[in-house]
Design a protein around this ligand. Structure first.
Ligand code: ATP
Length: 514
């Protein structure tokens, strides 16, 4: 694990060094859990968004997009339940003055029991070798059973406290389990308090009478309050979906792990409106479609898993997360929820407007049910970055850092380099850039040795380097070098466009989705 943490630190440093992600307001010592995307980061991020957007709106004729405002009428957040219930339980350690989420402290404790069990199993597996029966060991080993019993009891107590919103009990669990602050190492805890995660601001001048508004904590509500506008103006029939990409804001208590948990982040959400009674069929379908979208990127199928929720929010009748193996463990990247007709019914109640859908086939009106797919752009970015990063030892004893980014997502698709800065090679290279730049993000680079230039492109994940040499002037061929294999082939300049296009276009990725 310590090794993985080191790798993660290197990835964060790499992201900064190569213009992917900067700490916000860095020259003022930064703003916690807020980040800026640099020249390469913004391209990677845009490509991720384009991949999602096209997969939703091009591949599904019944899904359209919208772009709703960040500010919305404050009653929307009353109706959605965010004003009253979008809270996290927080607790402070008096010695370190550090603030924690009480639920996270307890979940970490549950994970510790899990770790202990896994260690026992690993130890026994080593001792018994091939004859080891893991299932039997888990069922009978006294130490494993003891840890399991403790874990299950804690889990039960914790769920009961969360369900009952019992803050005193959460504190008591922390005390009883002897959980210490990782910084001060002490158990000097304050009481647990609820903390609302929405940012508030004022709209309008005070002379006019101002109104408290919120920065949206999710993009979904902008879709709900527009669903009938879209349905009517687009003459949509159920089932249909509305997709949206946009910023969301949450005043997270503990912001950790770089861009995994930010206070300002971006979501890609799609709400799929269906007939009541058909929601679980569609939930299953979207679960499959979304995992397929992730796997098509080729980051490694074994890095994904579903985490089905046992405890459901009061409005949901099914929910799962798609988790990705980050350097700090399997973590949620996307949520898929069957949200029933809760949100739309609430908006009907709070607005006093009829927002039922008239179903021409059934000849009746009803409030549709909704399946939601909700993915964080930044977490997706992080999963792509982490799984692409590699420090490679080369045969000649040198080292290179390479980002094996999915080619369609790479910020720069090809770099054109004259071997030397004379003899007309730069002009020829510029000529090639001027051909390719209309379709691909193309770099021109003539500084430093060719080896150094290759390394720079490897470090930002550029799939192709094109080198112009003296032979180019004679026969119009160049060297095409591939990022992952470092293989070099001689190709005709006239073939470059097609060769690159076949590999880096989003189309090839989208075709995998059918
Ligand atoms: P978590 O449990 O990690 O706080 P969540 O379950 O509250 O996440 P949702 O409300 O389901 O998250 O939001 C949908 C998606 O938005 C998440 O899967 C995640 O990718 C992204 N997301 C949520 N909160 C953040 C955040 N603070 N920073 C970055 N991305 C976020």
């Amino acid at each position: 694990m310590a090794q993985q943490e080191d790798v993660f630190k290197k990835i964060v440093a790499h992201a900064k060094e190569y213009g992917f992600v900067f700490q916000s307001s860095e020259i003022y010592d930064g703003l916690a859990a807020v980040y800026d995307y640099g020249q390469n980061g913004v391209e990677l991020k845009n490509n991720i968004k384009r991949y999602w957007w096209d997969a939703m709106t091009l591949l599904h004729e019944n899904i359209v997009g919208i772009d709703s405002a960040i500010f919305m009428h404050p009653t929307i957040w009353k109706a959605s339940g965010h004003v009253d219930a979008f809270n996290d339980p927080l607790i402070d350690n008096r010695d370190s003055k550090k603030r924690y989420r009480a639920d996270v402290l307890i979940e970490d404790q549950i994970a510790k029991y899990e770790d202990k069990i896994n260690k026992e199993v690993a130890k026994a597996a080593k001792r018994f070798g091939e004859s080891f029966d893991e299932a039997m060991f888990r069922q009978t080993n006294p130490r494993v059973l003891e840890h399991q019993a403790k874990r299950d009891a804690l889990h039960q107590r914790y769920s009961d406290a969360m369900n009952a919103n019992d803050l005193a009990e959460l504190k008591q669990i922390i005390v009883d389990e002897g959980i210490v602050c990782p910084i001060s190492g002490t158990k000097n805890w304050t009481d647990v308090r609820q903390f609302n995660l929405m940012f508030k601001t004022e709209m309008g001048s005070t002379a006019d009478g101002s109104m408290t508004v919120y920065l949206r904590p999710e993009t979904a509500q902008g879709i709900f309050v527009n669903y009938l506008n879209v349905q009517k103006t687009g003459r949509m029939r159920l089932p249909f979906g509305i997709a949206q990409i946009g910023k969301a804001f949450r005043n997270e208590i503990v912001a950790r792990q770089f861009i995994f948990r930010m206070r300002e982040f971006e979501q890609m959400e799609m709400q799929f409106f269906v007939r009541p009674g058909e929601e679980l069929k569609w939930f299953k379908q979207w679960k499959e479609w979304r995992l397929k979208w992730h796997k098509a990127l080729g980051l490694g199928d074994q890095k994904y898993r579903y985490h089905d929720h046992e405890k459901l929010a009061h409005y949901a009748n099914a929910a799962t997360d798609i988790e990705f193996l980050m350097p700090f463990g399997f973590k949620e990247v996307e949520g898929i929820h069957s949200r029933t007709n809760f949100d739309l019914s609430q908006h009907e109640k709070f607005s006093g407007k009829n927002i039922k859908y008239f179903d021409p086939e059934l000849n009746e009106s009803y409030v549709p049910y909704v399946i939601e797919t909700s993915i964080g752009v930044d977490r997706m970015f992080l999963s792509v970055l982490c799984s692409s990063y590699e420090e490679q030892a080369l045969e000649n004893g040198e080292k290179r850092v390479v980002l094996h980014l999915p080619e369609a997502l790479a910020p720069v698709k090809c770099a054109v380099m004259p071997l030397v800065r004379k003899d007309g090679l730069p002009d020829k290279a510029r000529e090639i850039v001027n051909e390719l730049k209309f379709d691909f993000a193309t770099h021109y680079d003539e500084k430093d040795s060719i080896g150094k230039r290759y390394r720079r492109q490897d470090a930002i994940g550029t799939p192709f380097c094109i080198t112009v040499d003296h032979q180019t002037l004679d026969d119009n061929t160049v060297t095409l070098r591939e990022r992952d294999s470092m293989e070099q082939t001689r190709v005709n300049v006239a073939d470059l466009h097609k060769l690159i296009h076949d590999r880096v276009s989003l189309t090839s990725l989208l075709r995998k989705l059918g």
